[in-house]
Structure formats: structure tokens, C-alpha cells
Design a protein. Structure first.
Length: 170
């Protein structure tokens, strides 16, 4: 069976690995160019001796997701903010995970970046603002929540939630 070649005229999603602390600048460049993109931002608080600063920071440091046609990929390297653009093979799977990330970020629940574990039980959230999202129990021996996978980065989001809201998948 012949392997089909990708259509270079159709837009594809890429995980763009930026230079350190350049995610917001790169996302602004993508917006100016009119490219569809997503930079998940989460609130952060930094306390100093005499003041507290509140700001947003990238959920995945060093990464911005963008949808472009492969033939114009070179345009995203214009401002010297990008290290590389990673071609995402499983577009449908990636889009499902990206939608899950959007739901988690907008839920306002506490979350943290967590390495994706290969072991653990697959679960589905049975109630609350994350209803329907699938994840992995972080540690079956000492469960604290679930991890929402982002395979393309080999990372996941640890979302603290009561385990009674989870349904074990077959």
C-alpha cells in the first residue's frame, strides 16, 4: 500500500519551540501575520519583600501552538524568536488534547505542569467543570488528581480534584 504524502496547501498544527522567555512576543508576531495560534497562559504571583506582582505566564514554557501551511513555515522564523517548529503527526489527537487544555485553563482550577506518566489508570471526569475530559491518575498508590496528557510535548497537566468525580475507563 502506498504511503500518502501530506498536502502542503492545507494548514497543519505545529508546536513551536521558542527561545527562552519569547513565547508572548512570538504569539504577537503570529497574530500580526494572521496565523491561527494558541498560547495557554496561567496566572502567577511573585512575592518580593515589599511587593507582590501578578502576571500571566505560559503554561508550557517555551511553546506556542500554531496552524500554518507547511509551505510558508519559513515565515514563522522571521523575528529570530523560534528555535524550531515541530510537525505534529496526529492532528486529530492533538486537537482533542488542545481542546482539553483550553477547558482546563479556562476552568480556573489549580493546575501544574507534570511529566506525563506511562503508568497509571485512565479515567474520565464524571462531574464538575471538567466533565468528560479523560486523563491518567497521577499515582495509583497516593492519588492527588488526574494528569491531562499533551503527548506532543511529552508532558501533562496535573489537576487536583477529588477522585470521587472520576470514572475508571476500560
Amino acid at each position: 500500500m502506498a504511503e500518502s504524502l501530506p498536502n502542503f496547501a492545507e494548514p497543519r498544527w505545529f508546536a513551536c519551540h521558542t527561545k527562552p522567555r519569547c513565547e508572548k512576543k512570538f504569539a504577537s508576531l503570529l497574530a500580526v501575520e494572521g496565523f491561527s495560534h494558541y498560547l495557554p497562559l496561567v496566572p502567577s504571583v511573585r512575592r518580593y519583600r515589599d511587593q507582590t506582582k501578578r502576571f500571566t505566564k505560559p503554561l508550557f514554557p517555551g511553546y506556542v501552538f500554531t496552524e500554518i501551511t507547511p509551505e510558508i513555515k519559513s515565515r514563522v522564523y522571521q523575528q529570530d524568536l523560534l528555535v524550531r517548529a515541530i510537525w505534529i503527526e496526529d492532528q486529530a489527537g492533538f486537537l482533542r488534547q488542545l481542546e482539553d487544555v483550553k477547558v482546563v485553563v479556562s476552568s480556573g482550577l489549580e493546575l501544574s505542569l507534570h511529566p506525563l506518566l506511562k503508568k497509571g489508570t485512565r479515567v474520565k471526569v464524571a462531574g464538575g467543570p471538567l466533565y468528560g475530559i479523560e486523563g491518567i491518575v497521577d499515582d495509583p498508590a497516593n492519588p492527588k488528581g488526574i494528569i491531562i496528557a499533551v503527548d506532543v510535548l511529552q508532558q501533562g497537566l496535573l489537576v487536583r480534584m477529588p477522585l470521587e468525580d472520576l470514572q475508571i475507563l476500560p
